[in-house]
Design a protein around this ligand. Structure first.
Ligand code: FES
Length: 176
């Protein structure tokens, strides 16, 4: 709605456009850094990560996150980046696959276990597996096979068996 006292928000005479009030912005943390989103509050987190911040590790996973390629942690809980609009993230903390490695580049133990078990084919599914595995290990430090098999991730390259070994290796502190 135009605001009569605000010249910036008052449409030019004859204009059919009604200016929108400038949005306040949504403040959030991503991988420990502070960001303010002033665009469309309905924008899915996935597009903010990929198109605005160029954090392209998190992948498109269908309109409903099928396959788990778009998984991230929001305040420590597993969440679909396509299913999470920016308006739900005010004051929240997001962790993506780019935030797993240490500042000096040392891989997170889960990442190292995926490398050691050769659990990466084309790699499209890997970020989602890593985030879901991290969430699983946070809840169940020694997960069973069936708990691993219940993760919402798919791998079209057929790496599930090696992924399972990698998660178990990470659970044992990097030992097979
Ligand atoms: S490694 Fe290719 S889809 Fe999983």
């Amino acid at each position: 709605m135009a605001h009569a006292q605000d010249p910036i928000l008052t449409p030019h005479p004859g204009s059919t456009i009604t200016p929108e009030k400038v949005r306040d912005g949504i403040d959030l943390q991503i991988n420990g850094r502070a960001y303010r989103h002033t665009g469309d509050p309905h924008m899915p987190l996935l597009w903010y990560l990929r198109d605005v911040l160029r954090l392209t590790g998190t992948k498109y996973s269908g309109e409903h996150g099928e396959g788990g390629y778009d998984l991230v942690l929001v305040n420590g809980k597993l969440a679909s980046a396509i299913g999470t609009p920016m308006e739900q993230l005010e004051g929240k903390s997001v962790l993506t696959v780019e935030g797993l490695a240490a500042a000096d580049g040392k891989l997170h133990p889960l990442q190292q276990a995926f490398v050691d078990e050769d659990a990466i084919g084309c790699g499209y599914c890997t970020p989602g597996w890593l985030m879901a595995s991290l969430d699983l290990l946070n809840r169940h430090p020694q997960p069973s096979d069936s708990e691993i098999d219940q993760l919402p991730n798919l791998c079209r390259c057929g790496c599930q068996t090696r992924v399972r070994r990698a998660i178990k290796r990470a659970a044992k502190g990097g030992h097979a």
